[in-house]
Design a protein around this ligand. Structure first.
Ligand code: BTN
Length: 246
């Protein structure tokens, strides 16, 4: 697949219901691949699995448009590409000895077990089920968080600017997209594993077809989580949430 430089076009708004909606509107009006929107705050921020994403002023809320012309299954791999780029960006910013961001399958970014960033992928397909538009939304917590299950970059670094996070992320994302296009998913999977949270540990996966308990063995070549069940079977988890016991 051809490696192409991305031409990011960044738009900033003060307030919006969701940057995902705004980007969809721009796509309908013919926005190019590489269009990026970020907002100071969102009034209807959305998370994965229909959850809401709290979006007060001070964090980064961003969506960007790719036009991959690929299958839905391949578009799903971008969740891992984006996660690796985000973890890499955050790792450089926090630069704290012994503390590394972790990726909880499929793509939550954690620092010390608390969520620092989340990613939401949405697609638009044509009549042949080809993904014409991939809307990549991500939120990065920057505000300090004293308690709860969230954490902000300001808990680890002083003077973090959203624009720095965004610009560094876009550079990293371009780098990892090009790795993927040149060398395929295996290299992304191995980068993902280097940040993996809970690998080798017992956990449970909550999916639409039920809950499964076992040991998180590996990430499969297509991004599925491989869970070794107590009866010795391997269960491939392709969608859902995972929780670890420790
Ligand atoms: C998750 O549930 O972990 C994903 C959260 C994604 C939140 C971001 S913030 C920018 C973009 N706009 C939204 O409404 N959601 C995503």
């Amino acid at each position: 697949m051809a490696v192409m430089p991305m031409n990011w076009k960044i738009h900033h708004v003060k307030s919006v219901d969701s940057t995902q909606h705004l980007l969809r509107e721009k796509a309908v009006s013919g926005a190019d691949e590489g269009t990026v929107v970020y907002a100071d705050k969102q009034t209807g921020g959305r998370g994965r699995q229909g959850r809401q994403w709290d979006s007060p002023t001070g964090n980064l809320y961003c969506s960007l448009l790719l036009k991959p012309e690929c299958s839905l299954q391949e578009a799903g791999l971008y969740a891992f590409i984006v996660a690796v780029a985000l973890a890499n960006t955050i790792e450089d910013i926090i630069d704290t000895d012994g503390i590394q961001p972790k990726l909880k399958w499929p793509n939550d970014v954690l620092i010390e077990k608390r969520k620092c960033a989340g990613i939401l992928l949405e697609t638009e397909t044509n009549s042949k089920n080809i993904v014409t538009h991939l809307f990549i939304g991500f939120g990065v917590n920057i505000l300090p968080q004293e308690e709860g299950d969230r954490i902000g970059l300001s808990d680890y670094a002083e003077g973090v600017l959203r624009e720095t996070v965004l610009n560094n992320f876009l550079k990293n994302l371009e780098y990892f997209i090009n790795i993927y296009r040149k060398n395929g998913f295996l290299e992304i999977a191995s980068a993902w594993r280097s940040y993996a949270f809970g690998l080798g540990e017992r956990g449970r996966a909550r999916t639409a077809s039920g809950e499964y308990h076992g040991v998180f063995k590996d990430l499969d070549d297509d991004g599925a989580l491989l869970l070794l069940l107590d009866n010795g079977d391997i269960k491939r988890i392709t969608a859902g949430d995972v929780y670890f016991e420790k």
